[in-house]
Design a binder for this molecule. Sequence first.
Ligand code: 13P
Ligand code: SF4
Length: 317
Amino acid sequence: VEPDAAWAAQVRELAARRGAVLLAHNYQLPAIQDVADHVGDSLALSRIAAESDAGTIVFCGVHFMAETAKILSPAKTVLIPDERAGCSLADSIDAAQLRAWKAENPGSVVVSYVNTTAEVKALTDICCTSSNAVEVIESISPDTPVLFLPDQFLGAHVQRRTGRTNIQVWAGECHVHAGINGDELAAQVRSHPGAELYVHPECGCATSALYLAGEGIVPDEKVRILSTGGMLTAARASSARQVLVATEVGMLHQLRKAAPEIDFQAVNDKASCRYMKMITPAALLRCLVEGRDEVHVDEATAAAARGAVERMIAIGT
Ligand code: 13P
Ligand code: SF4
C-alpha cells in the first residue's frame, strides 16, 4: 500500500464513516502523522482521547497508549492498527514485580511512567509522562518516599531536577533511547559546533549532555532535556539554525514542520522504534475496514488504573 493521496482520502472517508478520531504519536511514520486528526506526545494524546466525543478512537501508536485511552473512556471503541505494537520499556516491569517492590517499601507513593501495562497502572498511585514527570513528583509531599518506574533515565532526570533523595528508581529502559549513547552525542556535538541539543529524558545520553554543558563543550542554555511535545514548543520559539535531536527519528517530521527554517539532525539516525513502525499505511487501512485490532482492558483493572491516569492528565502543561 502506497501512502499516496488516494490512500489518505480512503483513510479519511473510512474514519468518517466509523465516526472515528485518528490519533498519532510523534514517532509514527510521516504519512500516518499527516493523515491523523491529532499528532502529539503521550500526555497530549491522552488528554485528547479523554475529551473527544467520537465513539471510536483509532490509536496510531503503541499498545500502552491505546490501553490508556480505553482506561479513560471504557465506553468508547478503541482500535490500534496492530496490537503487536508493544514497548520494550513497558515490558521491563510486570504487576508481580511491582507488587513485590511495593511490599518491600511500605508507605511509598508509586509513580509510573505512562509506558506501562494496565495491570501495572492498576497498582500505581499516579502516572506521569516525560512532559510532566517533574511536576508529578512535586505534587507529592517532599517527605514521602517515591517508587519511580520503569525508566531509569527518566528517573535520574527527575531526581536531578527535584533534588529529592527519597526517590527509588526501577532499572528499566527503552531499547531505542538507551541506545543513543554519550559517545555518539559527543561526536555529533563536536562535528556540529553552534548547534542546540534536544535530548529526550529516556535517552542513555541525557547525563552526557549535561556533562558536555558542565565542561563548557556546549553552552548550558543550548542543552534542553525535553519530552517530544516539549521539543516542538521549544522549536517554535527557537532562533537556532541547527538542532541535534536525541530521540526516536519519527520526531524529526513534526519538528521540521514546526520550524522549517531550522536544520534538525538526528544524533543517531538508526534510533527507530520497530513497534511504532508496525503501524503501517496498510495496517491503518485494514484497521478501518475491519474494525480491528480492538483494545480491551478488563473492568476491574481499568477501574483500579483510572485514578492514577486521571491524576496524571490533571497535572502539567
Ligand atoms: P513522549 O511522547 O511522552 O515524550 O514519550 C516518548 C515515548 O517514548 C513514547 O513511547
Ligand atoms: Fe517504547 Fe521506546 Fe518504542 Fe517509545 S520508543 S514505544 S518507549 S520502545
